[in-house]
Structure formats: C-alpha cells, structure tokens
Design a binder for this molecule. Structure first.
Ligand SMILES: Cc1ncc(COP(=O)(O)O)c(C=O)c1O
Length: 478
C-alpha cells in the first residue's frame, strides 16, 4: 500500500462545512426521510488498505468493504495511474458507433474468465443497469424468438437486484418497495430460502426440497410457456447474507433447464473473489447460468462499472440470420466507458498477480470460524456466511430473563444493528447494519490478524449492546 497522501486535506472548519452542505443538500440513497437534513453522517476523510479514516482521524476497519466492492483495498497507486492515463489518452468514446482498447479487451477478458459459454459481454454503469439489461434481454430474446408470452420473471423474497424500476420489481425486500408504486404483472416472488428460519422440526434437506418445489410449482402454475427467467443471487447479500441449503441452486438450475426457463445468476456481490473465485456460480454452486450480472468488485469500487455476460447459445439464437431485423435498443452513454474499463483491467491484473482468489480461499475458514464463534453470545440468533462474506443476526428474545411480548421484542430488535454499529465505530470498525443484523464483506486483502481484530471488536460491540439492553430492561447483567 502507498502512504496515505490525503490525511491533512481537511481542517475542522472544512469538515463542519462539509457536514452542513451534506445535511442541507445531498439527498442520499435510502434516505430515512424523518431525519433528512440532520442525519449528521460520519465524514469519510481518506482510506488506505482495509482502513477508512473519519473526520477525527480515527482509523476504522472497513468491514463492509465499501458496499461489498473494495476487493483490492484502498490507496492503490497503480489503479490511480491506470485511471489517470486513460483519462489523458481518451476519457470518453461513443460506445454506439466506436470501440477502443479498454472495453474490447475487458469484454474479451471477462468472456475468458466466465463459466460455460458466457462469451458475450454487455458493459453497463453498475449492478442495477446490468440486471435491468438482463431482464430486458429476456423479453427481447423471447420477442425475437416469436414467443411474446414467455415473459414472466421469478425471483425470491429477500432478494436485492438493484434500484431501477425493473430491478425493483424483482427485488424481494419490503423496505425497497413500501413507499413506491410497483406495478409488476410479470414479476413473482417465491418464499424465502433461509435455512435458519425453516419450520421447527424440519431438516435442512427437507427444507431444500421444499424450496426447490416452490420454484417448480410456480413455473407449472404460471405455465412454462409463459416463464422467461428465474433470477437469483447465489448468496442473497443485502437480504442478510442468506446462504441457501446445499444443492438448492443446482436443483433450481436443473428445473429451469427442464422447463426452458433462463437462469440469471446475479453475481454483483459473489463475483470477483468474494467466495474465492472469479464467479461463484459454477465453481462454488455447480451451476452454468444463461446470464451472469456483475459489478462492484469488477472495478473494486474505484469507478462505477457493471457487466452482463450472456451465453453464446442465446446470443446466436437472436443474432445474424435469426435476428429478424431486430436491434437490441438499449444501452447507456457510459456503456464501455474507457476509463472504467481501464480500471477494471488493472483491478483484474492486481487480483491475479497478488493471488487474491487463493488468498480468500486460505483465510475464509478463519473468517467463518470467528463468525460462528459469535453464536456463544446469548443475544446472537444466527451467524452465517461463506468465503469473505458474513452476517450476524441478533435478537433480545434470547436474553436470559427477558419478559417482553413479541411487539416489544421486535421494536428493540429493529434498533440492534444501529446500536452495534455505534459501539463498533467507537472501537474502530465499520459494519453495515441491516435492522437487527450486521453484514461484513471486507477487502479481500485482509489478513488473519486483521480478521481477528475485526471480530474482537465486533464481539465486544455486541456484548456492550447486550449489556446496554439488559440495563435498560432491568435484567441482571451476567
Ligand atoms: C446482488 C445485487 N444486485 C444488484 C445490485 C445493484 O447494484 P448497483 O448498486 O451497482 O446498481 C446490488 C447492490 O448492492 C446487489 O447486491
């Protein structure tokens, strides 16, 4: 890592102006509107390796790796150089009529890395635009093939597929839908696939069978001639790091093949080393999807970029003599942006040169071991994860001597993630709170010692939160 060069960039007075401007003017993603204008967010000042520094100069381990994206860590001079070099050579090129080295090379590289016959690459501006394009391709594909009815898309509860209107239709999280109008005549959500919440007394194997049946039943109910695609994150990330039961994804893929339904793997989080492989679909779950969407780790968050990988079989069926005069009339001004593609090529080079996929496979067992050890804490309801991604879920319901009804428990649980986050921050760790859960996906360069430090802090923060709650409820602190 290079020495941080920005530590002195802002004075306290400057920080207070930043906070003022932020509170008054920046309408943030997922803004909680009752607090709009006085959210007083932490100001991230600069970053290095796995660490972010706040306005007070406090060093924070970046537990979520930005937003599951900073694979190679911060402050990489060669990334900055690759970006600057391309910006000077040619910052932009019209992607509809021209090509240039970075996007063409990146497409070729991705096609080489992808499983099966995913040999065609549509470059986008991020994850949502990749998923949006995948869903539009399903409709385009069936229109060109003369099957205008085969348009329904099946997704799952707790899925997160992005924030365009189309992506929101197949997203299965209430918070992303509650205050919007979502007209979704062709989108269908299957029930959740979280083994930790399976019915009491049901084995994981029986639960898996039931979940696979959910998909089959839905396809049969809608009619296979009307179902275009099934979309799934191999691990549901923002839904709370839900790892499906073993064999589930492959069985779903087989069902999709049986009924001629396209299988879209949304690898926006699981791709680019998070599970120790470029893509997790085949190497981890034994699935060869018809399409893969990716983003985030593709450029390690240094610049915005996404990609949709499409199988040659599909592409060939709707191109050339089969195209019937159709053009795929969608894309973005910044599709194949040369600067972003140059950054992605450098990012891939770094991941490869530093053996980060192998590194993840080496350190992941330790990460998962430390994660599972959190279960000893009475307030921890579940700990789950895979590779370098994890989630700890808490509930006050399990505290010794708690005498609350369900509604009171729910009210307290809702706040647990934020409370844990506050303690973590004091102790030097950023987490991503999601209601009563905290999720982690640190930079892939993290070492075993740093993993230990991260979980030591998290453990202490959960204990402190638990003791706070116990004090507030008047329960004897053990
Ligand atoms: C699985 C998945 N798909 C799609 C997206 C949307 O990506 P973006 O925020 O880059 O548009 C996300 C973002 O978190 C994601 O986790």
């Amino acid at each position: 890592m290079n020495p941080p060069t920005h530590a002195t960039a802002s004075l306290p007075s400057e920080f207070s102006r930043i906070r003022q401007d932020d509170n008054a003017r920046w309408f943030h993603p997922w803004e909680y509107m009752p607090e709009a204008g006085h959210a007083n967010r932490t100001i991230a000042s600069h970053a290095d390796g796995i660490y972010l520094y706040d306005e007070n100069g406090q060093q924070l381990i970046d537990g979520p790796g930005g937003m599951w994206c900073v694979q190679i860590g911060y402050n990489r001079r060669e990334m900055a150089d690759a970006i600057a070099e391309q910006a000077m050579r040619m910052p932009y090129m019209n992607p509809f009529s021209l090509t240039s080295a970075p996007p063409a090379r990146l497409a070729a590289r991705l096609a080489q890395m992808a499983p099966g016959d995913l040999r065609h690459v549509f470059l986008t501006t991020g994850g949502s635009t990749a998923v949006d394009t995948a869903l539009r391709f399903v409709h385009f594909y069936n229109n060109v093939k003369g099957r205008p009815e085969k348009k329904h898309i099946i997704s799952r509860a707790h899925a997160y597929h992005g924030s365009t209107y189309l992506c929101a239709l197949v997203t299965g999280k209430d918070r992303e839908k509650n205050w919007f109008d979502v007209a979704a005549p062709f989108a269908h959500l299957l029930p959740h696939v979280n083994p930790a919440r399976r019915p009491t007394g049901m084995s994981v194997a029986a639960f898996c069978e039931a979940k696979v049946q959910d998909l089959q039943t839905k396809i049969v109910e809608l009619g296979a001639d009307k179902v275009g695609a099934f979309i799934a994150e191999p691990i549901q990330a923002s839904g709370g790091v839900i790892v499906p039961p073993e064999g589930y994804l492959r069985r779903c893929w087989e069902i999709c093949r049986k009924y001629d339904v396209l299988f879209i793997a949304d690898e926006v989080v699981t791709g680019f080393g998070r599970l120790g492989h470029w893509f997790a679909s085949k190497d981890v779950f034994g699935v060869e999807p018809d399409m893969i969407t990716c983003a985030k780790g593709l450029s390690s968050g240094y610049v915005p970029l996404g990609a949709l990988l499409i199988s040659s079989r599909l592409f060939d069926e709707v191109s050339g003599e089969h195209a019937r005069g159709a053009s795929f009339g969608t894309g973005f001004t910044y599709s194949g942006h040369p600067v972003c593609c140059a950054a992605a090529l450098k990012n891939i080079e770094i991941i490869e040169r530093e053996g980060l996929l192998e590194h993840v496979r080496e350190v992941a067992p330790h990460f998962q071991h430390r994660l599972q050890a959190l279960r000893e804490i009475p307030m921890v309801f579940d700990a789950r994860g895979m590779g370098l991604v994890g989630c700890v879920e808490c509930s006050v319901a399990h505290l010794h001597g708690v005498g609350l009804d369900e509604e009171q428990i729910l009210a307290l649980d809702t706040d647990l993630g934020t409370r844990i986050d506050r303690h973590c921050h004091e102790l030097g760790l950023l987490v991503r709170p999601l209601v009563n859960q905290c999720v982690f996906s640190p930079p892939l360069i993290i070492t075993c010692e740093q993993i230990d430090r991260m979980f030591d802090i998290l453990r202490e923060a959960i204990l402190r939160t638990m003791h706070d709650v116990e004090r507030e409820l008047g329960i004897n602190v053990v």
